[in-house]
Design a protein around this ligand. Sequence first.
Ligand code: PMP
Length: 449
Amino acid sequence: MDNATLIQRDLAAVWHPCTQMKDHEWLPLIPIRRGEGVWLEDFDGKRYLDAISSWWVNLFGHGNPRINAALRTQLDQLEQVFLAGFTHEPVIELSERLLRLAPPGLARCFYADNGSSAVEVALKMSYHAWHNQGAADKTKFITLSNSYHGETLGALAVGDVALYKETYQPLLMQAITVPSPDCYQREPGSSWAEHSARLFEPMKTTLARHAHEVCAVIVEPLVQCAGGMRMYDPVYLQLLRAACDDYGVHLIADEIAVGFGRTGTLFACEQAHVTPDYLCLAKGLTGGYLPLSVVLTRENIYQAFYDEYASQRAFLHSHSYTGNPLGCRAALATLDIFASDNILERNKTLAKAMARATEQFIDHPHVAEVRQTGMILAVEMVQDKATRTPYPWQDRRGLRVYQQALQQGVLLRPLGNVIYFMPPYVITADEIDLMVQAAATSIDHATLN
Ligand code: PMP
């Protein structure tokens, strides 16, 4: 089997996600035969360094021997059982361990099978908890501009990336959107902390005005990933936690992309020393192996549903694969690696290597900013450095970077004009250099004219 044959068969039968399929008349699909560590290999034997961890899911490399072994053992015991009225060891052990690792005060785990569904669970659970407590007026959600929480209608409604949302606007509930603390927007001379704290003012005003009708505020802690890896200071989360408490509004932390060490700590909320009312996790939860997600919440919220059946207070939400045993086993193997290999400490060295390797972009005539939070590093390409005028989206400069980097054996997938690195944690210093050099020549090429 070779690339060409598979591409032909694929394009006759498959409809790909997040893709204008007509692009594939000139943009080759890449059929992948195998993966090992940070490398993906196609059917013609060409290798690609997976600098984006396959959409931010992979933590410890493709074909990780320890996760593979855990899955093989689990496969021989139990592949799936539904979780209503039944249970299994992996889901119990995973829940216990997540609750031990998560910020203090989270006491219950509710599972789903992808990130968007976890967000749906958190939104419904927040509304329903208030409803069960007699606060029937609370029906709305506050979100940040430029946020992203998934593609299902509820998750899309609380997101704010026009590219994904605009078309579906008539189908969506109306969220209350307040300006993001995004530090790319800060005044020259202003620190991340100053800017983020100042941008809390509109959130405070909005909470003061709307708290009576608001169930929850939903945020991506520290990094708005799909919105172009825009970053902000932990102080914003501290202020937000305090204000949510003051105004009687839940806080939903969507750590689907930033959880599991991406920002430098196991969970991003730790950097602000806050505990959300709902912590949404997916992606890296299984080390990037299987679709699984979970919402961690507090005991008082669990108790708001706990009653006689006839009271009709139960949370009757389910997905067929809720808490799938294989997914839970992959997640346990992933947590084992965090524990035994001192990953968060080792990532500090990798993050420094990424910072060093990308210093060269700071003075690039078409780079407005190089920013980093832990193992996420982003380079903002612009048409005009002085005025920070972006390239028109129609130019598809990011796509040019993607194509150029692929030729050099590196998989980058820019978000518009933002090139970013979010590699698996098993990347080596040499591989970081290779990844960044490919980005450098690709950015030069994409900004030539
Ligand atoms: N929330 C955030 C912050 C995300 O980055 C994503 C996925 N990119 C989602 C939710 C949705 O997760 P999924 O793609 O698994 O539905």
